[in-house]
Write a protein that binds this ligand. Structure first.
Ligand code: BES
Ligand code: ZN
Ligand code: ZN
Length: 464
């Protein structure tokens, strides 16, 4: 039985639903379930809010609400109509709706004993003027959502189940399926590459580090985008031990890596004709007799030395070597990195906005243009040479701490990108949220940034 979905615009509620006024006025994202005759099944009235305020995100939010409602009522099949809005294009409307419907169905129940079988909701969207184009948009949005759900799964896996070797294997498994080129470096090869800062961070663990390189080179001689994702499968802080409470999120310290993998998956599944290389340094930051210590001086792959003043500021050490790797060995044309780098990112913005740091106005402008379409929220922080002086060390070239946490952490990374256009996202507060912020979210991994970076790569030029 098909459950029909009827879009309702707040100031245009049809006369026959006027009687619902006390409970449903067409408010944005609100779903009202009508059951007229049992044999005819339900009708969902779904509010879009005020016409002028409708954006693609409205449909994403509605899609998420509809998915949750359908799951609760065990509705299996939905029937939609394309809704003529005027200022929202068909592509944007359908794409966002499908993303909301797919993402809204996401669950993470791998470790529940009484697993209920979940059948995906099927749906049709009528009234799309160009059917072929409509079918492509639906498929593309589904693939994107699949990339995001894959990333969410990786983030939500606990550290005892997902460690560097397992993460690498999961990437190898999907690469075969989707035609991505993957190379996994073990600790000996990482040593040969001279990535001593990364090795120091991972040295305390029985689960040895891996460097995962994923290539999607389908853009002929176009520039190559580089993506780097922080892949700490567990961050206890090491000798600068975190408190028990602040260790709750330690398993999600590989969200940057997960998101990078999600992007590559989405690009490959949609056969996007661009060149992208993702580099994922993955290791565990734990205490043992082999762990790196406070006061140690590390030599990075680039040759710069770093004094370790806090073993919990490990992300920048691992990323420093990964950035040098992607610049020197892969010769990409620009770099975007995603990292759960500093807890204070959330002190500033809560879990709403993701802070951005960039050394290139063009790349930043392109990124924000893409973010305007995807409606993910980012905000740029300043860099200033005085901040840079705050990471000077007394004994080495750099130290791994310094005031103005999110900024100095990013400026530490900037030391390793050389002259490449670079944009850094500190996703510490937005990669993993509980409770979720959006109807199409779920407690745990979010996949923040995947949609925007996908959109940027697909549609915009690399920075000069
Ligand atoms: N992975 C953490 C940052 C983090 C904190 C992510 C909370 C998600 C939730 C990072 O490695 C870290 O511990 N950073 C330190 C840096 C400090 C020691 C300079 C921090 O934010 O406290
Ligand atoms: Zn840390
Ligand atoms: Zn960390």
């Amino acid at each position: 039985m098909v459950t029909n979905v009827q879009w309702i615009i707040e100031e245009e509620v049809p006369q026959n639903y006027a009687y619902l006024q006390a409970v449903f006025k067409g408010e944005k994202g609100k779903v009202y379930v009508l059951l007229v005759e049992k044999k005819e099944g339900y009708t969902f009235l779904v509010g879009l809010g005020k016409r002028q305020e409708i954006t693609p995100e409205t449909f994403r939010v509605c899609g998420g609400e509809i998915a949750k409602q359908a799951q609760a009522l065990q509705v299996k099949t939905l029937g939609f109509c394309y809704c003529e809005i005027g200022h929202v294009t068909i592509e944007d409307q359908i794409g966002a709706l499908v993303e909301g419907l797919e993402l809204g169905q996401y669950r993470f129940e791998n470790y529940k004993s009484d697993q209920k079988e979940v059948v995906p909701i099927t749906y049709t969207i009528d009234g799309i003027p160009n059917e072929d184009k409509g079918a492509y948009i639906i498929k593309e949005a589904k693939n994107k959502a699949e990339g995001i759900c894959f990333a969410r799964d990786l983030i939500n896996e606990p550290a005892n189940k997902l460690y560097p070797e397992v993460l690498a294997q999961k990437v190898l498994d999907i690469s075969e399926k989707y035609g991505l080129e993957v190379k996994v470096f073990d600790e000996h090869e990482i040593e040969e590459l001279g990535m001593h800062a990364m090795l120091a961070v991972g040295n305390g663990s029985i689960h040895r580090p891996r460097l995962i390189v994923i290539k999607h080179l389908k853009g002929d001689d176009e520039p190559i985008y580089g993506i780097v994702g922080k892949g700490l499968t567990c961050d206890t802080g090491g000798y600068s031990l975190k408190s028990s409470d602040s260790m709750y999120y330690n398993k999600s310290d590989m969200s940057g890596a997960a998101n990078a993998i999600g992007i590559m998956l989405a690009l490959a599944k949609n056969n996007i004709k661009k060149n992208v290389i993702a580099v994922i340094p993955t290791c565990e930051n734990v205490i043992s007799d082999r762990s790196y210590k406070i006061g140690d001086v590390l030599t990075t792959k680039l040759g710069k030395t770093v004094e370790v003043l806090n073993t919990d500021a490990e992300g920048r050490l691992v990323l420093a070597d990964a950035l040098t790797y992607i610049v020197k060995e892969e010769k990409v044309d620009c770099i975007i990195d995603m990292a759960t780098l500093t807890g204070v990112a959330g002190t500033t913005f809560g879990n709403i906005y993701t802070p951005i740091i960039s050394n290139n106005d063009q790349l930043y402008a392109n990124f924000m243009e893409a973010a305007k379409c995807t409606e993910e929220l980012f905000w740029k922080l300043p860099t200033h040479e005085i901040y840079r002086s705050w990471i000077n060390s007394d004994v080495a070239d750099l130290k791994n701490t310094g005031g103005a946490g999110t900024i100095t952490a990013a400026m530490f990374l900037q030391e390793f990108v050389e002259d490449k256009p670079w944009l850094h996202m500190d996703i510490a507060a937005t990669a993993c949220t509980n409770p979720p912020l959006y109807s199409y979210g779920y407690k745990g991994g979010t996949g923040i940034g995947i949609r925007t970076i996908y959109h940027l790569i697909k549609g915009f030029k690399c920075a000069e």
